[in-house]
Design a protein around this ligand. Structure first.
Ligand SMILES: [Zn+2]
Length: 107
């Protein structure tokens, strides 16, 4: 089977993976499907951020990939969680180690 040309994900991340563009497109599509599912709507209805455990209105919660797609994470039920805006922003801006420390603050 022919492989798609590989593209390099440049995000200043030392753990950046080489991913197929087709892989990324597939995982983004799967994420959209998950977002539309009853399973996801039930998760949002609980109204709790997975990371900080704070209550949040379902509309304020977004789908976060625990392992980001850009690092080889998949759009599966075990890899996506509802996250509040604060945690979502923190996860995007912090280095992986800083993010670990951020999470420990809630432990
Ligand atoms: Zn949170």
């Amino acid at each position: 089977m022919d492989r798609q040309p590989r593209i390099k994900i440049l995000n200043m991340d030392p753990y950046a993976y080489n991913l197929d563009e087709a892989d990324i497109k597939r995982e983004r599509r799967k994420a959209r499907e998950l977002r539309a599912s009853q399973w996801w709507k039930r998760r949002l209805a609980k109204g709790v951020c997975h990371y900080c455990g704070q209550p949040a209105p379902p509309k304020a919660l977004t789908m976060d990939h625990i392992v980001p797609i850009a690092r080889g994470g998949r759009s599966t039920k075990s890899n996506v969680v509802p996250a509040c805006k604060t945690c979502n922003n923190a996860k995007k801006q912090l280095l992986p180690m800083e993010w670990e420390e951020y999470l420990e603050g809630f432990g």
